[in-house]
Design a protein around this ligand. Structure first.
Ligand SMILES: Cc1cc2nc3c(=O)[nH]c(=O)nc-3n(C[C@H](O)[C@H](O)[C@H](O)COP(=O)(O)OP(=O)(O)OC[C@H]3O[C@@H](n4cnc5c(N)ncnc54)[C@H](O)[C@@H]3O)c2cc1C
Length: 617
């Protein structure tokens, strides 16, 4: 093995959706980042290796209007436009391209983070309990990671990576585990946090893992000869909630292993049994005689890695609970939000034949997540994002979906860069209202949605705003309202309150404009535009035809396609073919301007020009 030493500001371990967004956010905020991903592709459970569709606060489009913004939306739009035919490996490429486009990121693929050097904390790895829980008595003196160790067997290299801040986005919490961070595995009791959805008595069970499969229809019969070692299924075993209704997408309820150790038993018992179950279900579809319509359907792909739902959950200064989720508690240090149901599954998975494979409890509203759920309470420079955040088993059952993981990733990436720049720890950041306000302001500026934080400040707020035309209920002044999504009826999608400017319909060859005018010239360095990208619909890459038929896999029709920015009568930017929600125009040289006009000449479909926000910095 050849040894390498790397110094950086931020190490992100794990390149699932949380890790990718954390690395991009930290890099864009100016930190030098190393992103270590143990696989050859990025995306974790969303990658072509597992193929789960990313869902989030809009609950598959049934809480309309609540799609995540920021980096998650940027990735979704890129995929919808450039991967319209739903090629999963091309989604891997999009993630790879986005990460590689950041000059501040060093991407180490096929590289496992395997250890950590720590000063000032607890016993070494071998002394630690492996299962259930590890909580050191916290005396207010946290330990600190001084280096992480990584291995790339493919090229026979080892790496010692010294960073100022570390992020565990490995799902399993490997880096934090090696560093001695407090964690839990399993389900809490009702008594522990007063959660009615918790267990009468705490236990070590988790949600199970799954191996997915996809299939496609041929124009001729496609017989399936089942291997002799598979499980056999009949209608009785699948009678409760395990519907055979989307062969192309496979069956997420092929879930098993919640009674085992999802880390230690993963590659042996769990994977083997999941192969037996997945192929057994396919054999049932093809050969039971109950599904004659399956005659021309052939197996297209079957996963080799169990998609893992749950293992370690770290303990931060705050543990998110059922009440935080269902009652939408407000937190002064809110940095992300969620909205998926508390989506609990029986730990026996497919073997719980009399139980529904999932029991969702929906909160009335979306809820904020505080920064205190995203860093360790006993390791001073360790953040985390993804399914391993500081949440009870019940709250995790909502925060675990990948768009929520991605929102957390963007939050910690931004927070880590701030900690590095200001030479502070995350605990110091949350303790200082000025630092929290600065973090939230950066997040808002980057189009992150925060539910309970005042609107972003920009020079646009001081401008007089006029427009070529306005549609009823969507006046031009909305572009400085600070709210960057419409209020919709969550079920029907009907508009309740518009928070954007909408012009009257554009005529052929015509244009619509909105103008900001100041009484004396203002210096303009950056112009931020936030467009409408159709939050009335779900947007995700999904193998499911059911989900996809409601999705526009192209530029979203609501978005302005071609526009110019005009300062005091002079065109300073011209854009054609836009499909992004957020565009930042950084001027080569700052200018002084009395008037700034955004002129739309075409959209991607709708007749009128739409714009949520103009920010001037
Ligand atoms: C079958 C199944 C169905 C699901 N359904 C949905 C759904 O429909 N929609 C949805 O949004 N969510 C769904 N989820 C939940 C969601 O997929 C997970 O909660 C989510 O992937 C967690 O994101 P993450 O980034 O924390 O972890 P992951 O997606 O697991 O990513 C972590 C990454 O870190 C890498 N890694 C691990 N250890 C190391 C190490 N030591 N060094 C370097 N890299 C490492 C892993 O290879 C992985 O790529 C489902 C999960 C499963 C299993």
């Amino acid at each position: 093995m050849q040894k390498h030493e790397i110094n950086c500001d931020v190490l992100v371990a794990g390149g699932g959706m949380a890790g990718v967004c954390a690395a991009i956010a930290a890099a864009r905020a100016g930190a030098k980042v190393v992103l270590c991903q143990d696989r050859s592709v990025l995306g974790g459970n969303a990658s072509s290796e597992i193929r789960m569709h990313i869902v989030g606060a809009d609950v598959h489009g049934s809480r309309k209007g609540w799609r995540e913004t920021g980096i998650m939306e940027e990735l979704r739009l890129e995929d919808a436009v450039r991967n319209s035919e739903r090629c999963y490996p091309f989604w891997d490429v999009i993630l790879y391209e986005k990460v590689m486009a950041e000059p501040n990121i060093t991407l180490l693929l096929d590289t496992d983070v395997v250890g950590a050097d720590v000063e000032g904390v607890g016993p070494g790895p071998l002394d630690r309990p492996q299962r259930t829980e590890r909580m050191y008595e916290y005396n207010g003196k946290p330990g600190r990671i001084t280096a992480a160790h990584a291995v790339r067997h493919l090229t026979e290299d080892t790496f010692t990576i010294r960073a100022k801040m570390y992020a565990d986005c490995t799902g399993d919490g490997r880096l934090g585990f090696e560093a001695g961070a407090d964690f839990r595995i399993g389900r809490e009791s009702v008594e522990m946090h007063g959660e009615s959805l918790a267990q009468p008595k705490d236990d070590t069970h988790t949600l199970g893992s799954s191996i997915l499969l996809t299939s496609r229809k041929l124009d001729k019969p496609a017989p399936f000869v089942a291997p002799p070692w598979i499980r056999k299924f009949d209608a009785e075993q699948l009678k409760v909630g395990r519907g055979i209704n989307s062969w192309e997408y496979g069956f997420w309820w092929i879930e098993w292993g919640g009674h085992l150790d999802s880390i230690k038993d993963n590659a042996t018992t769990i994977r083997h049994e999941l192969y037996r179950i997945a192929l057994g279900v396919w054999d049932y579809v093809k050969n039971s005689g109950n599904w004659p319509e399956s005659a021309n359907w052939t197996l297209d792909w079957i996963g080799a890695i169990p998609g893992k739902r749950e293992s370690r959950r770290f303990v931060g200064p705050h543990m998110l609970t059922q009440a935080d989720v269902l009652d939408s508690h407000k937190h002064a240090d809110e940095v992300a939000y969620g909205g998926w149901a508390i989506d609990l599954h029986p730990y026996k998975g497919i073997d719980a034949i009399d139980e529904h494979p999932y029991t969702p409890t929906h909160g009335k509203n979306v809820y904020g997540i505080p920064l205190r759920c995203y860093f360790s309470r006993n390791i001073s420079n360790l953040f985390f994002a993804g399914r391993n955040i500081s949440a009870t088993h019940v709250a995790f059952a909502s925060t675990r979906v990948m768009a929520t993981c991605a929102a957390g990733g963007e939050a910690i990436g931004t927070a880590m860069a701030q900690c590095v720049a200001k030479k502070i720890t995350p605990a110091e950041l949350v303790a200082d209202p000025k630092q929290i306000a600065a973090l939230q302001a950066t997040l808002l500026r980057n189009d992150v949605t925060l539910l309970n934080v005042a609107k972003p400040v920009s020079k646009a707020l001081e401008a007089k705003i006029t427009a070529s035309s306005e549609s009823a209920g969507s006046p031009a002044k909305n572009i400085v309202s600070g709210t960057r999504r419409d209020e919709l009826n969550p079920k029907s999608g009907e508009l309740i309150v518009s928070h954007q400017w909408m012009s009257e319909p554009l005529t052929a060859g015509g244009e619509a404009w909105v103008e900001l005018a100041w009484t004396s010239p203002v210096e303009v360095k950056e112009v931020h535009l936030t467009f409408d990208t159709g939050f009335v619909r779900e947007l995700t890459l999904s193998p499911s035809d059911w989900a996809t038929k409601r999705i526009v896999r192209a530029a979203q029709p609501e978005t302005i396609r071609d526009y110019t920015i005009v300062a005091d009568g002079k065109v300073i930017e011209t854009v054609t073919g836009n499909y992004s929600r957020k565009r930042v125009h950084t001027l080569k040289k700052p200018i002084n301007a009395n008037k700034l006009r955004i002129v739309a000449t075409a959209t991607n479909g709708v007749p009128e020009a739409r714009l949520f926000e103009v920010g001037v910095f």
